[in-house]
Design a protein around this ligand. Structure first.
Ligand code: SAH
Length: 227
């Protein structure tokens, strides 16, 4: 299998790159793609930058230029689900844009109102989490909401929950899911909580980003390292 793996920030790809063998670097436009092996699989790893447009463009490049057959988006997120805590993991069964009018998306071709994580990739990511030493972390399967802002407000958080009822919020997943769905390529989003998307969100992010990013990376490495 040829996987494309996207992280937005350096912390989100570092823990994967260190496990890759025979790494080759390819520059394409302003991006750097790393192709190599983990176990029996080939992967192309890339840091896309923060936000939806960066993520969508990069997913398309992975598919067109690097023949990605499946795309994994790995990283950190703000917890929204009632029981979801910092360092818990959320794996996408579905991703939505919380800052776009999905009712209009649904009304016109291609009639999308959400993007669905591939069940096999979701199951493989969940199995990888279960098999690793995950301390007190829990893994949840469910909906992720994506938008082009860092959420650090209880009021904004409550509004996103009221409209979409997701487990977590981040800034790239729906764009990756959107691009992959348009191309007919399976995808999954794997996020470890760095914060609670509330007034302490920025501080928590700063403290937890690296350790949370590593959790998600470990899941990706275990998933891709298998058959
Ligand atoms: N406070 C940081 C924010 C960086 S952007 C800063 O000012 O530099 C946050 C990144 O982590 C994005 O790539 C996003 O996908 C994810 N993320 C983590 N917590 C988030 C939150 N509460 N809201 C939105 N995105 C979040």
């Amino acid at each position: 299998m040829n996987y494309g793996v996207i992280g937005a920030m350096p912390s989100e790809i570092a823990g994967i790159k260190e496990h890759m063998e025979n790494v080759q670097e390819h520059k394409a436009g302003s991006l750097v793609f790393y192709t190599g092996q983990i176990g029996q699989n080939t992967l192309t790893l890339v840091q896309c930058g923060v936000g939806k447009v960066n993520a969508a463009i990069t997913a398309q490049m992975l598919i067109d230029k690097f023949n990605a057959q499946a795309v994994i988006n790995t990283g950190v997120a703000g917890a929204l689900g009632k029981d979801v805590k910092v360092l818990d993991v959320v794996i996408s069964t579905e991703v939505v844009h919380h800052d776009a009018d999905m009712r209009l998306y649904k009304k016109y071709p291609p009639f999308v109102d959400g993007f669905y994580g591939d069940p096999t990739l979701v199951a493989r990511a969940a199995a990888a989490f279960e098999a690793m030493d995950h301390g007190n972390s829990h893994c949840y399967l469910g909906k992720i909401a994506t938008g082009d802002q860092f959420i650090e407000s209880s009021a904004v958080k409550a509004d996103i929950v009221a409209r979409h009822n997701p487990l977590c919020v981040e800034m790239e997943g729906a764009a990756v899911g959107h691009a992959c769905t348009a191309n007919g390529v399976p995808f999954v989003i794997i996020r470890t909580m760095s914060d609670n998307a509330d007034e302490q969100g920025g501080m928590s992010f700063d403290a937890m980003e690296k350790v949370a990013a590593k959790y998600s990376s470990n899941i990706v490495v275990a998933m891709v390292g298998g058959k």
